[in-house]
Design a protein around this ligand. Structure first.
Ligand code: PMP
Length: 299
């Protein structure tokens, strides 16, 4: 993530990443009390462009409000810092990680009176790789939205992600698929989930998921192409008979899913709507005109 030349932004200054530290009495470290974002910049014909910077930094503000962490930087300032950080590190295609946390030594369970901002940047390939994934339903559920603000990107929520993902990998799968507290399919540890049935797409509704910015982009691209998208609750049993499935996220981008436990989807990912949307997504983020041939999605 960094070497001796890497520059990070920390509390108003650009610093050597290797020298950015946090004390062991930080409130955030003890209680997982921090919020973050995952953002990508892409090399485009117009130079390096951060995809949906405004949406990501607005979600960072939303997450701060949800847990009572003050954030002293506007969306415009955060965007400007991001471009400066890319430039100082000589990166055009990169992943940006803003982290708002409470570094003050404080063992209380009260909202922090002030916060700190780290912004880091590194080169990161698609984090789930580019081979279709074999998923398994996790024995861990997503956190109850009445216990934590699940639509906020809170550091502590990722303990659930770490244990679910590790448990799935320990059983030989590529990634976990988590249910909500009512037994409906929610999302992966770090990505949203879609499936395709009878030429239509289904994904979990808002409520017990992180409403991914990639998810929203894929819904828009699908609807523009005339595909019906249902945001509705579904159980794992309803995946029977589906043609295909995929996951979406800033780090993962759009990645095919070949199976969920014993259920193997009917089509290879390359022949699904998901694969066509993945190529549209790639064209969009890299500023390429959508491929000339129109999507023949409803053939
Ligand atoms: N769900 C979870 C739990 C995530 O961590 C992520 C990654 N931020 C997503 C969904 C996808 O969100 P986005 O498309 O905004 O990156």
């Amino acid at each position: 993530y960094f070497n001796s030349n890497t520059v990070a932004f920390l509390d108003g200054e650009f610093v050597q990443a290797s020298e950015a530290t946090c004390g062991v009495y930080a409130q955030s470290l003890h209680y997982g009390y921090a919020v973050f974002e995952g953002i990508r910049a892409y090399n485009t014909p117009q130079g390096s462009q951060i995809f949906k910077a405004e949406e990501h930094f607005e979600r960072l503000h939303y997450s701060c409000k949800a847990v009572g962490l003050p954030l002293d930087y506007s969306v415009a300032e955060l965007t400007q810092i991001s471009y400066q950080l890319l430039e100082k590190n000589g990166l055009t295609d990169a992943y940006l990680r803003p982290l708002v946390y409470a570094a003050t030594p404080n063992m209380s369970l009260k909202h922090a009176a002030s916060s700190n901002l780290l912004m880091a940047v590194w080169e990161w390939g698609k984090y789930l790789g580019d081979q279709s994934l074999r998923l398994t339903i996790s024995p861990y559920e997503r956190p109850n939205p009445k216990a934590v603000p699940i639509e906020a990107k809170v550091a502590g929520h990722y303990v659930n992600s770490i244990i679910a993902s590790s448990e799935a990998k320990g059983r030989g799968y590529d990634e976990a698929l988590l249910l909500d507290m009512h037994g409906y399919v929610a999302e992966g540890p770090g990505a949203n989930f879609f499936f395709e049935k009878n030429g239509e797409l289904y994904t979990a509704p808002a409520g017990s998921i992180l409403r991914g910015i990639t998810r929203n982009t894929i819904i828009d691209l699908a609807r523009e192409a005339g595909i019906t998208v249902h945001e509705q609750f579904f159980t794992p049993a309803e995946l029977q008979g589906a043609e295909g499935a995929f996951m979406t996220g800033t780090a993962a981008e759009v990645i095919g899913v070949s199976s969920v436990d014993e259920l193997v989807f009917e089509k290879p990912f390359a022949e699904t709507i998901g694969a066509q949307l993945a190529s549209r997504y790639h064209a969009l983020v890299t500023g390429q005109p959508a491929r000339a041939q129109s999507l023949e999605l409803r053939a």
